[in-house]
Design a protein around this ligand. Structure first.
Ligand SMILES: Nc1ncnc2c1ncn2[C@@H]1O[C@H](COP(=O)(O)OP(=O)(O)OP(=O)(O)O)[C@@H](O)[C@H]1O
Ligand SMILES: [Mg+2]
Length: 261
């Protein structure tokens, strides 16, 4: 058995008096496709943001790809990670959010080449060649010179995926990447993610309300409620035979709301 690529150990996350994650532990294996589901406010986005080091943590440890995420070696033990260390760790992880955050004044191609050129010192011709391959993969090569404002939501989201991939992350995080899209644009984005899942050995964590997609995409489903993993298992087990009452209630509500399972 290989070592987990992500080890979350007893994480505590507070926002002022509110404890959002209270001793959360979980592990993700290299190449694993994981879907995080659960009610609004259960802490799914918080976990992804913590992995992306966009948050601070109130307690616990996280190891990513064999190194501590929020701590670095120092003083004969571990000390809080500094910004340089965090930046290096961050390069292992790519994230795509619900609201596409493309740079509005840069064309599609520049959106994808900017980070590799700035953070990895990649030469422009190399960055552009790689960017065109990625844009081709997400079906956006013909829009390389377009500005974000000229794209549909689904197209923007596909560019955002290409941009995150440009840093060759080992881990990709997707937070409800289709939930701000018009229904007819959802499928084109899901298709790109299906392709990524089947054609790469990247580790992928997905937060979604699309239960049908979670079922097809994931090797394992984690059901969250109030900052805790209530139940986890293979998609068929979670969706067809949920054991916990809270999981059953959640899935019933989702189905009643018209989502396919
Ligand atoms: N910056 C913040 N300041 C204070 N509270 C926050 C902050 N961000 C999140 N929270 C709270 O943390 C809890 C978990 O939020 P989180 O966004 O992780 O939930 P979620 O599972 O992603 O929900 P949703 O499905 O609605 O996206 C919520 O109670 C939320 O109000
Ligand atoms: Mg969320």
């Amino acid at each position: 058995m290989p070592d987990p690529i992500i080890r979350i150990d007893n994480i505590i996350k507070r926002y002022g008096p509110l404890t959002v994650l209270d001793g959360l532990s979980m592990q993700v294996m290299p190449g694993e496709k994981l879907a995080l589901i659960g009610p609004s406010g259960s802490g799914k986005t918080t976990i992804l943001r913590i992995l992306m080091t966009l948050e601070t943590i109130s307690g616990g440890h996280i190891e990513v790809d064999g190194a501590q995420l929020y701590h670095m070696p120092g003083n004969g033990g571990l000390v809080a990670a500094d910004e340089r260390y965090l930046q290096r760790m961050r390069a292992k992880i790519g994230m795509v959010f619900q609201h596409f955050n493309l740079f509005p004044h840069k064309c599609v191609l520049d959106n994808v080449t900017l980070a590799p050129m700035l953070t990895k010192g990649m030469a422009r011709p190399v960055a552009e060649k790689r960017a065109m391959e990625l844009l081709d993969m997400v079906g956006m090569a013909d829009k390389a010179k377009s500005m974000p404002a000229q794209l549909s939501g689904g197209q923007k989201q596909r560019v955002a995926i290409a941009r995150a991939l440009a840093l060759s992350p080992k881990i990709m995080l997707f937070d409800e990447v289709t939930s701000a899209l018009d229904p007819e644009l959802v499928e084109e984005v899901l298709n790109v993610m299906r392709k990524l899942a089947s054609e790469t050995d990247m580790t992928m964590l997905l937060v979604t309300h699309e239960m049908g997609f979670a079922h097809d995409f994931a090797d394992r489903i984690l059901f969250f409620d109030r900052g805790r993993i209530v139940e986890e298992g293979k998609p068929d087990d979670i969706f067809r035979h949920p054991k916990q009452e809270r999981t059953q209630v959640f899935l019933r509500k989702i189905i009643a709301a018209g989502h396919r399972v």
